[in-house]
Design a protein around this ligand. Structure first.
Ligand SMILES: Cc1cc2nc3c(=O)[nH]c(=O)nc-3n(C[C@H](O)[C@H](O)[C@H](O)COP(=O)(O)O)c2cc1C
Length: 172
């Protein structure tokens, strides 16, 4: 098995992170991998917003918890880096382009020994007033919407070794 295939097959979602910061050069590699994702007609309309500021992460956690009426909502699994991918609201390929960006980053992170997991909750509350104010403060354009985010950091857990694949594959 080549290294790329091995990396794809061994990546797992990580939901427990160590406090160790992700070094800038490693983080840049991960973000750059996201920028190399395919996009419909090569539009590359995404914005990748990287949040490491603890105060902002806690305020975002609280705003999401309130917006979704989930008082116990976690601080994005206490990840040291939270990445928000946004796209213009009138761009019809935004969801799929976002998924390509996130998966590129997940795989790049895994290849560098860094853990990651998709975080979906902003999708359901990005236009809540308090959440939107924080997104604006973080530099996200008002006309951008969010289909997915990533929690990134060094794993503080073992990755499950294998998984059952339930998707259907047919050859004709
Ligand atoms: C669209 C999408 C939304 C997801 N949302 C969340 C989420 O909000 N929180 C979470 O812990 N995992 C989330 N996940 C991760 C999935 O639970 C995970 O990929 C799946 O269980 C398979 O496990 P694996 O990533 O370890 O292979 C999401 C994944 C996708 C593709």
């Amino acid at each position: 098995m080549n290294e790329i295939i091995r990396n794809i097959k061994t990546r797992r979602s990580v939901r427990k992170f160590s406090a160790k910061p992700v070094e800038d050069n490693i983080l840049n590699e991960i973000i750059t991998a996201g920028l190399y994702a395919p996009s419909a007609m090569n539009t590359q309309l995404w914005q990748i917003t990287v949040i490491k500021n603890e105060d902002m992460l806690v305020r975002l956690q609280k705003a999401v918890a309130k917006a979704l009426d989930r008082p116990d909502y976690h601080r994005f699994y206490n990840c040291p880096v939270f990445i928000i991918v946004t796209v213009p609201e009138d761009y019809r390929h935004g969801a799929v382009d976002t998924a390509c960006v996130l998966q590129n980053m997940f795989l790049a992170a895994h290849s560098l020994g860094v853990g990651s997991v998709w975080i979906n909750q902003l999708r359901d509350c990005y236009d809540n007033r308090e959440v939107r104010e924080l997104l604006t403060e973080a530099g996200i354009p008002e006309n951008h919407i969010c289909f997915g985010c990533a929690a990134i950091g060094y794993p503080d857990c073992e990755l499950p070794s294998d998984r059952e694949n339930k998707g259907v594959v047919k050859f004709f």
